[in-house]
Each structure stands twice: as structure tokens, then as C-alpha cells.
Design a protein around this ligand. Structure first.
Ligand SMILES: *Cc1c(COP(=O)(O)O)cnc(C)c1O
Length: 394
């Protein structure tokens, strides 16, 4: 199909829930994408932080296609190797105890909240089910994870929302303390708020929250759906913060582009979800898990330090332009927010796309970059040149 045919049919037959860019993508190689007509785009988005190994990665392709040829799915009523191998890699590399596999970030976060509430119910009974989340957070699109999301714009239309969430000001330890009442079972947060604007939390604040949680047997839940799987320059971002969460959720990058997600539980929480209390048909899918194993094998210390170096290179280059519209660059690893002043991120992004660069926005003021982690310096330079031209046109 041509791009025009694809767009027309989408308009007629697909629900209009997305504000799409005027681009159809057919294929990619490395961190470069092509339309059906052969138009080229440098990819600073990787889906939305999903395609961590880029496009056409040979090891990933081999693992996924071989597994698809052997067994594409088996229910969770049976055992299968790819899923246990991936669980082993995840727990070996994080020190967490075990894994529950899900299919998307919102669903993984639902599982994380269920696990936290059951931990508290088992130990303390009813009335201790409140989860504290942060303002500017994003945790998903289900009715419960919308409630968990600390942004008013998401609390609309779909009433009634799930009860039992309250919101703390990020990096304000006194506010957090004041919310930690006897009804609270958990604190849930992203270490770098993604959708909220690429807002990293202060290390000291996170450490203090961890200590408060430990002191009150409140569980610390870290949403690593966007920050995890190498994105922030360590396998999981909590490792850079030097904390020990009770549960960690992951999704986006885990299987290199196939739908997969999950939660990892620590000592306190690894035996909370028992048979019959939580399940999902597709969770731990063997094809996705085979892809996930390649993703984790690829993420050596050397690979991860390269992610940090590329991130620094992008940051330094953007700042070196001394462009008055660039206020600062926030973020970690290859999760970067270029904070703009006197220029709307959405408008700059439109110009980038028109010139052959895909990227994202975040919050009110940031252009967000989440390129494939394997992006080359050549592709980075090409993409940054487009971004520079788009800014200068403004
Ligand atoms: C994307 C995202 C989610 C939601 O993930 P889905 O796979 O879209 O359900 C949840 N939390 C964070 C931090 C995210 O970035």
C-alpha cells in the first residue's frame, strides 16, 4: 500500500484515539526508518522508547523467528524455557527475587499495585491500601493506573476511578512525610518522570523516601516502564540511584519491540501473589521472551556505558549550539528532555518530522529523545543537524 492508502484506510476503520504524525513507516535499519515511498527518517523515538536494539538486529531476529517456528504460545498452565531464561537473567542482573510477566506497562503497574495491596492486606488486614504517587507521574491508561497518574488531565470522563491514591510533590520530602498516614501501603514512582517532562528525581530525595518506606513497612514501587532496560544507562534506573525497591515494573524496551512487560519482586513481596490471585493469558509469551533474552544479553556493562556516552554527547552538542530556545537538557542516558523556551515543543517536533527526524514531546516544555540504544554516532549527528535546522527556522 502507498502511504496515502494507509492513511485513508486508517481514517475510516481505526478508532481516532491517536494524534498521528502524517507519516507511515514501512521498515527500518539500525536507527533509520523508511516510508513505503522510500523517504528516510532518523529515529530519535524508538516507538516510544521500545525498539532498544533498533531495526533488523540479527541476533534478535534469529531468536524471535526460531522461537516462532517452534512454539508461538503456550498457556501459563504449562512451563516453557524462554520465559524462565528471561526471568533468570532479570533476577541475576537486579538482585530481585522473581518475576511476573505481563503484556504492557499499564497492566504491569496494575499487578504491582495488586501485589502491594495484598502484601499489606495479608499482614495488616483491611484499611491499609492507599498508594502514594507523585504529581507529574504517568502510570498507564487503565482505570486504576489513570487514578495512580498524578496529573488532573487524566482524571476525566471515566468515572468512577479506583479509590486509594494520593499524590505527593516530587522532591519534597516533607510533603511525602505528611502523606504517609496509617492507611498507606506503598509509594509508587518513576525515577525519571517520562511523560511528565523527563524530570529526574533527586538522589537524596529518593534515598530518604526509601528510608521512610522501610521504617514504616510501606512498599517502594518503582515504575521502570520507560526508564528500564538500559534506557537510562544502567540496566534499571534504580541501580543508578543505589536503592532496593520492593517491586519494579518494566515494559517498553524489554523485548526489543514485541509486546511484553512485567514486575520483579524483592524479598518481602516475592510470595504475595499466589495461585488464583493474578494471571494473564499472554504473559511470558515465548516469542517475546526469546527476544527479551537477546535484549538482556546485549546489555553488557560496556553497552550501557556507551548509552551514557551517547547521551552525554547529545546533551553537550545541543548545549553547544547556545540556541536561545534551548533552556536546558534534562534526563539520563538516552532518555533526554530538551527543555525549550519561547518555542512550543509540538511545533518544533512537527518541523523535525517534516525534515526527516522522528522524536517525541514530554510535559509542557520538553522535546523528548528516546532513540534506539544502538543508534550510531553517524545517525546521532544526522538527527541533531535536523533538530538544529528546525530550531533555527522557528
Ligand atoms: C508508557 C508508560 C506506561 C504505560 O505503558 P503501556 O505499555 O502503554 O501500558 C506506564 N508507566 C510509564 C512510566 C510509562 O512510560
Amino acid at each position: 500500500m502507498t502511504s496515502a492508502e494507509i492513511k485513508k484506510l486508517d481514517g475510516e476503520r481505526v478508532m481516532h484515539t491517536y494524534g498521528r504524525f502524517d507519516v507511515a513507516i514501512e521498515k527500518g535499519e539500525g536507527a533509520t526508518l523508511y516510508t513505503p515511498e522510500g523517504d528516510k527518517y532518523i529515529d530519535f523515538a524508538a516507538g516510544i522508547g521500545v525498539n532498544c536494539l533498533g531495526y533488523g538486529n540479527e541476533k534478535w531476529l534469529k531468536a524471535v523467528t526460531e522461537q516462532a517456528g517452534k512454539l508461538q504460545h503456550i498457556s501459563n498452565l504449562f512451563y516453557s524455557e524462554p520465559c524462565v531464561r528471561l526471568a533468570q537473567k532479570l533476577t541475576d542482573k537486579t538482585g530481585l527475587k522473581n518475576v511476573f510477566f505481563a503484556n504492557g506497562g499499564g497492566e504491569a503497574n496494575e499487578g504491582m499495585i495488586k501485589c502491594a495491596r495484598k502484601y499489606s492486606f495479608d499482614k495488616y488486614g483491611q484499611g491499609r491500601s492507599t498508594v502514594i504517587t507523585l504529581f507529574q507521574s504517568f502510570h498507564g491508561r487503565t482505570i486504576t493506573t489513570l487514578a495512580a497518574t498524578g496529573q488532573d488531565v487524566f482524571h476525566n470522563y471515566f468515572f468512577p476511578f479506583t479509590e486509594g491514591f494520593k499524590y505527593a510533590k516530587a522532591n519534597d520530602i516533607e510533603d511525602m512525610k505528611s502523606l504517609m498516614t496509617t492507611d498507606v501501603c506503598a509509594v509508587m514512582m518513576e525515577l525519571v518522570q517520562g511523560e511528565g517532562g523527563v524530570l529526574p528525581l533527586d538522589k537524596e530525595y529518593v534515598k530518604e523516601v526509601e528510608a521512610l518506606c522501610k521504617a514504616h513497612d510501606i512498599l517502594l514501587l518503582i515504575d521502570e516502564v520507560q526508564t528500564g532496560v538500559g534506557r537510562t544507562g544502567s540496566l534499571f534506573c534504580f541501580q543508578k540511584y543505589g536503592i532496593t525497591p520492593d517491586i519494579v515494573s518494566f515494559a517498553k524496551g524489554i523485548a526489543g519491540g514485541l509486546p511484553m512487560a512485567g514486575i520483579m519482586a524483592g524479598e518481602k513481596t516475592c510470595n504475595v501473589l499466589t495461585p488464583g490471585t493474578h494471571a494473564t493469558t499472554f504473559g511470558g509469551n515465548p516469542v517475546a521472551a526469546a527476544g527479551g533474552c537477546v535484549v538482556l544479553d546485549t546489555m553488557t556493562d560496556e553497552f550501557l556505558s556507551e548509552v551514557d556516552k551517547k547521551g552525554e554527547y547529545i546533551k553537550d552538542t545541543v548545549l553547544s549550539w547556545n540556541d536561545p530556545r534551548v533552556k536546558t537538557v534534562r534526563g539520563m542516558g538516552l532518555m533526554l528532555g530538551i527543555v525549550l523556551e519561547g518555542a512550543a515543543p509540538g511545533e518544533i517536533l512537527k518541523k523535525c518530522v517534516a525534515k526527516g527526524l522522528l522524536a517525541l514531546t514530554a510535559g509542557e516544555d520538553a522535546l523528548r529523545l528516546l532513540p534506539p540504544l544502538v543508534i550510531t554516532y553517524g545517525e546521532i549527528v544526522e538527527g541533531l543537524n535536523i533538530l538544529k535546522a528546525a530550531l533555527e527556522e522557528e
